[in-house]
Design a protein. Structure first.
Length: 235
């Protein structure tokens, strides 16, 4: 199992190997990941909106976890789905990092002073037209989170080892607008992690496993993780 420091070192090595970093991106052919990865020929909206999410890596004893949220059932779009904290860019945001940290503060009350930004993942384009920049940040307990009930129903964590295990990168499909669409699903026992969030988690795993190798998850994976409610002391 990786420690938080080992994760940070592996992420830095992966960035160095890819010649990537902040704010520099890789070539557009590599950087533009998205819902179209599993759906060749998918037409993406011409009008695309910039957004950012935070991928919070939590330094729990034993092994790091990844913090996720379940969206409120009352939201007009993607209600009840699992997501990273984040959202669309505002004109007042300095950059993609600022967007991710601001949205995280608004949605789950995690103060940006607790987040050590270490890099970014490939840009992810959704079929709904969002161009999402996933910002990776380390979070060391103690810290507090409080869900905004308008946007977030719950806050929970999954083990990093669960995400790194390729056996959990399942491909599912369903009919949508008279077409079969394919998407990733991570089979967490308590949450249905799918779509763009699952796609970005798979991208994170592939990025790290390029330097770690698949043996990092040997010895079994506990998917139960650390669960939280909407308002808690995450320390």
């Amino acid at each position: 199992m990786l420690t938080l420091e080992e994760f940070s070192d592996a992420f830095a090595r992966a960035i160095a190997a890819a010649g990537d970093g902040i704010p520099k991106e890789r070539s557009s052919a590599v950087t533009r990941r998205g819902d179209h990865d599993l759906n060749p020929g998918m037409e993406l909206p011409e009008k695309r909106r910039p957004a950012s999410v935070l991928v919070p890596i939590i330094g729990r004893p034993g092994q790091p976890t990844i913090l996720l949220t379940q969206r409120s059932a009352d939201l007009p779009h993607h209600a009840g789905q699992v997501s990273f904290p984040g959202g669309r860019a505002e004109e007042t945001d300095v950059d993609a990092i600022d967007t991710a940290l601001r949205e995280t503060e608004e949605e789950i009350g995690l103060d940006r002073r607790h987040v050590e930004v270490i890099g970014r993942l490939d840009t992810y384009v959704t079929r709904t037209g969002f161009v999402v920049t996933p910002i990776v940040g380390l979070v060391r307990p103690p810290f507090e989170v409080t869900a905004d009930p308008v946007e977030v129903a719950s806050i929970f964590e999954v083990p990093l080892s669960f995400v790194l295990d390729r056996a959990n990168h399942q491909r599912h499909s369903r009919e949508w607008q008279n077409m079969i669409r394919h998407f990733y699903v991570l089979p967490h026992p308590d949450q249905y992690i799918w779509g763009a969030t699952a796609g970005m988690l798979v991208n994170l795993a592939e990025f790290l496993l390029d330097v770690l190798g698949d043996g990092v998850t040997a010895g079994g994976v506990d998917a139960s993780g650390v669960d939280g409610n909407g308002a808690n002391d995450a320390g």
